[in-house]
Every structure is written in C-alpha cells, then in structure tokens.
Design a protein around this ligand. Structure first.
Ligand code: ADP
Length: 239
C-alpha cells in the first residue's frame, strides 16, 4: 500500500485532479457475455467489474424454492489479481457481507412474483479494485438484470461519498478511502428510494446531510449513464 500522502486535497483539487463533487470516469458496456442471460461490464475510474445474470432458472437445491416468487442470489467476488497484493481466492467475510448487502440493494426493484419457484442468479466479479467495488458491482448488476429482461420497477444506481481532509467528496478512490475520515456508499432507485446505506468513519449531522445529498446527485448521474448504455444497446425507450 502507498504511504499516506501529506494531503489528499491540494490547491482545491483531489490527488487525481477531480473536483469535490466529481465522479471518476465511467464506462458501461451492456451484453458482453455470450452465455449469460444478461451481462454488463463497468469501469468506475480504476475499478473494473463484470456482472452476469443467469435466470430465471430452476432452483437447486429445490427446498430453496419459493412457491409464489423467484429467489434472488448475488455473489460478489474479487479476483485474486484485482488488488496490489494477491488476494486469497474464494469467499471471505468481506465478500459474504458485500454479497448480502448488494442483494438487499437490488432485490426491491425485481418483480419476483413473475417467476414463482425460480431463481435469478447475479454474479459480480471484480477484475480490478480501487475502492467503490460494491457500488460499481451494484450498478453493473442492475444493468445486467435489465439486459437479461428481468422485469424491474427501476434501475438501482449506486455510489459512495467520503470525507477527506475535512471535506465531503464524491466517489472516493483508493487513497481517499484508505486515508480519509469517512466513507458512505449508498444505492438508490430514482427518484427517492434508498436501498443501501452503509457508513464507516465519522460525520457530524450537518456533514451527513451534505454527504447524503452529494451521494444522491452522484447516483442521478450514474442512473443517466446506465439508461444511456441500455438505450445504446436496445434503441430508444419505448420503441
Ligand atoms: P469497496 O470496494 O466497496 O469500497 P471496501 O471499502 O471494503 O469496499 O474496500 C475498499 C478497497 O480496498 C477495495 O476496493 C480494494 O481496492 C481494497 N481491498 C479490499 N479488500 C482487499 C483485500 N483483501 N486485499 C487488498 N485490497 C483490498
């Protein structure tokens, strides 16, 4: 890990040149995997994630089936080459937690009653990590679900806010996440439904309000990009 820089904000700019309320560059590609029912590749700055959706499909083992609706399964996994020092392959406490909160963030938009007894499986593979992988994963998963044609009430959009050198910033990158004072990922469904809110570190109440508003603005921008990516693949809405 790099040593702590003396300052994370220099002459009003962040170390990667961004303004306080600026997202990292985003790239979204829809339908990149042939064998998945839906897929999405997303870059959020230096994060690279792939989401694949399989389903609706039969549930195994069968005792997990629900008679009136589909079950949603979400697996977040970090490739061992995704971080500076090789990560031990396989699930760990962090990935189990992220899989759970990500599923909870996505599940409310899926109209599960359309597929009784079935499962929708969502896989998120982090190929390169630079802080914000759970948010990138949720964004990609949501687009991959749309690509798979799973009926949804809306798209889920997600981004984090942080506090560095006492200032609230949008979408912290790795150094800001490591050495910042707070980090708060959220996920939302436009216009105002929050499906994920986590926080570590410390905000005053006023800072929390400011951070929350900034995170919502970030999600709105990401939502627009998710929508555009789907329109590019499938044509103009409603046509
Ligand atoms: P998120 O990626 O959603 O921000 P965290 O806050 O837990 O999740 O992690 C921040 C960043 O720390 C990750 O994006 C990754 O760059 C790094 N990181 C997480 N786990 C590991 C690990 N096991 N080894 C090395 N780096 C890690």
């Amino acid at each position: 890990m790099k040593d702590k820089p003396e300052k994370l904000i220099v002459k009003g700019k962040r170390l990667d040149g961004r303004k306080m309320d600026e997202l990292r560059p985003i790239k979204i590609e829809v339908g990149v995997l042939k064998r998945a029912d839906g897929s999405c590749y997303m870059e959020l700055g230096e994060n690279k994630v792939m989401a694949a959706v399989y389903g609706p499909r039969e549930v195994h083992p069968r005792h997990l089936q629900e008679a009136t609706k589909a079950i949603i399964r979400y697996r977040y996994n970090m490739a061992s080459f995704s971080v500076e020092e090789r990560k031990r392959p396989g699930p760990d406490r962090r990935s189990v937690e992220i899989s759970k909160v990500s599923r909870d963030a996505i599940e409310p938009v899926i109209i599960k009653e359309c597929f009784p007894k079935a499962a929708v499986d969502i896989f998120v593979e982090v190929l390169q990590a630079d802080a914000g992988t759970r948010t990138a994963g949720i964004n990609a998963a949501s687009v991959a679900l749309a690509d798979a044609g799973i009926p949804m009430k809306g798209l889920v959009s997600s981004c984090a806010v942080g506090k560095i050198d006492g200032q609230i910033v949008l979408d912290p990158m790795k150094e800001e996440d490591n050495y910042g004072e707070a980090d708060m990922p959220i996920a939302m469904v436009m216009p105002d439904k929050i499906t994920l809110l986590q926080m570590d570190g410390c905000f005053t109440q006023d800072e929390f309000k400011q951070a929350f508003e900034l995170a919502k603005k970030g999600c709105e921008q990401i939502y627009e990009m998710q929508r555009q990516a789907l329109i590019e693949k499938y044509g103009v809405e409603g046509k």
